[in-house]
Design a protein. Structure first.
Length: 193
């Protein structure tokens, strides 16, 4: 049974090689959604159509090297991007894409190297999801405070209460009606505007 804090990752593998796909899949045990595309064009369409946590690219592809796709994916999505490329061009490509948030690994690949890279990206993505949830909670709390403060302001201005009296009034309305302070404040605002 999944817990409330479980995170389900969605992975896109872009590769012409079934052997590469197999090696990557072995590192993705427990991942809920894995899709494969053979070209940069079909991968770009997929990225536009849905959200992926991690995009793994095996360059070169049939229609490009993979570097451009990696940069596009890093720039235009929230996915973490892993680019596997031939060792001969590894240094140049790494220098070009690393500052854009693309993790590059040289080929030929070992299962261990792929596994470590995927585990790293999964851990980073998990931290990002936790921060996103905290951000949403903080935004909700700020919205609640904004509504309560607006209600208190109206009570001070129109009913000539002190700020402390207005604060207690909002809390009492919430308790008397068995609703949240935010709903009580919104009700006060609706009545007074």
């Amino acid at each position: 049974m999944a817990g409330k804090d479980d995170i389900y990752h969605s992975i896109l593998i872009v590769s012409q090689s079934e052997q590469f796909n197999s090696v990557v899949r072995q590192s993705l045990v427990g991942i809920s959604s894995i899709e494969c595309r053979k070209s940069a064009a079909t991968a770009r369409r997929s990225i536009l159509e849905r959200y992926y946590d991690i995009i793994v690219i095996n360059g070169p592809l049939q229609d490009e090297t993979g570097e451009s796709l990696a940069l596009d994916a890093a720039e235009k999505s929230n996915a973490l991007v892993l680019l596997a490329i031939p060792r001969e061009i590894y240094e140049d490509v790494q220098d070009h894409v690393t500052d854009h948030g693309v993790l590059v690994i040289p080929k030929p690949l070992t299962r261990s190297r792929v596994d470590k890279a995927i585990r790293y990206l999964t851990a980073v993505q998990k931290k990002i999801h936790v921060l996103e949830r905290k951000n949403v909670k903080a935004e909700e709390k700020l919205e609640e405070m904004r509504i309560i403060n607006k209600a208190k302001f109206l009570l001070v201005e129109q009913r000539h209460m002190t700020e402390d009296q207005a604060h207690r009034f909002v809390g009492k309305q919430a308790m008397d009606h068995g609703i949240s302070r935010k709903r009580a404040a919104q009700s006060i605002i609706d009545d007074m505007e």
